[in-house]
Design a protein around this ligand. Structure first.
Ligand code: URA
Length: 251
């Protein structure tokens, strides 16, 4: 027996972005909506959206209640769903996608760009952010100052931040080193301004920061700044597996 809760037809379709409840009512009146091959006549009819086959204007409705978007976050936007002063990343969603009430998984600073996952899957978000699952995040950074092998060793040991916290070991790779250096950094934590503060701890300043990966998820470089797309089924599977949401072990 399914435990799925029956929901009002107009609510289900409105949540999926087929229009306002008023518009759905109109479509029902026009005979444009079917439930299991039977014309719908009442907006308040209850359906089980994961089982019942709904059509709107002859097209089968693809039911989703959780969605996963990969955003190439541009600088200048806050990683939040609302802010009184600045534009927020969810402003970038189309009206159709806004109905899912997604939120960003973790924060990138306003001036940081790169991979940001937006979802309404609270369980996945919680695990990706929890220290328990040690999800690696890889960043590319431009750093004012010469990054050296001593810094690589310090990052590998863990560095002490301005508030006295000692970071977990992280991997620092030098791409170019000079008065301005280019580096790749992989950290498994997500403390406030962590990468910038780690470089401050070794006397250097990050002037550009871009997140490239989060666990198994890599930024799709075909996405321009500000563009987003849904995760592929494969990306979703990999992400769930990384935090044991599929193939759960007895761990
Ligand atoms: N570390 C930072 O300092 N800033 C970010 O946005 C992400 C990681």
């Amino acid at each position: 027996m399914s435990k799925e809760k029956a929901q009002r037809l107009d609510k289900v379709l409105a949540n999926l972005g087929y229009g306002s409840r008023k518009e759905i009512k109109q479509l029902i009146r026009q005979g444009q909506i079917t439930v299991n091959d039977v014309l719908a006549v009442r907006p308040e009819q209850h359906v089980q959206p994961e089982q019942d086959v709904l059509t709107v204007c002859g097209e089968v409705v693809r039911y989703r209640n959780t969605v996963y978007f990969m955003l190439h976050k541009p600088p200048g936007m806050i990683s939040a769903t609302e802010d009184t002063r600045w534009p927020v990343v969810t402003d970038l969603l189309s009206a159709e996608d806004s109905v899912f009430d997604v939120f960003p998984v973790g924060r990138l600073d306003k001036d940081t760009e790169g991979l940001l996952l937006l979802t309404n899957d609270g369980v996945l978000a919680h695990r990706l952010l929890s220290p328990k699952w040690k999800v690696d995040k890889r960043y590319r950074a431009t750093v004012e100052g010469q990054v050296t092998e001593a810094d690589v060793a310090a990052f590998a040991q863990g560095v002490v931040l301005d508030d006295g916290y000692k970071t977990q070991p992280s991997v620092l790779e030098i791409v170019t080193s000079g008065p301005v250096s280019e580096v790749l950094v992989t950290i498994s934590e997500g403390k406030f301004h962590q990468v910038k503060r780690m470089f401050e701890a070794v006397g250097k300043t990050v002037t550009y920061l871009k997140r490239l990966t989060m666990g198994p998820l890599a930024l799709d470089e075909t996405l321009a700044l500000g563009e987003y797309r849904e995760l592929t089924d494969e990306e979703k599977q990999q992400l769930f597996a990384a935090v044991r949401l599929i193939g759960e072990t007895s761990k």
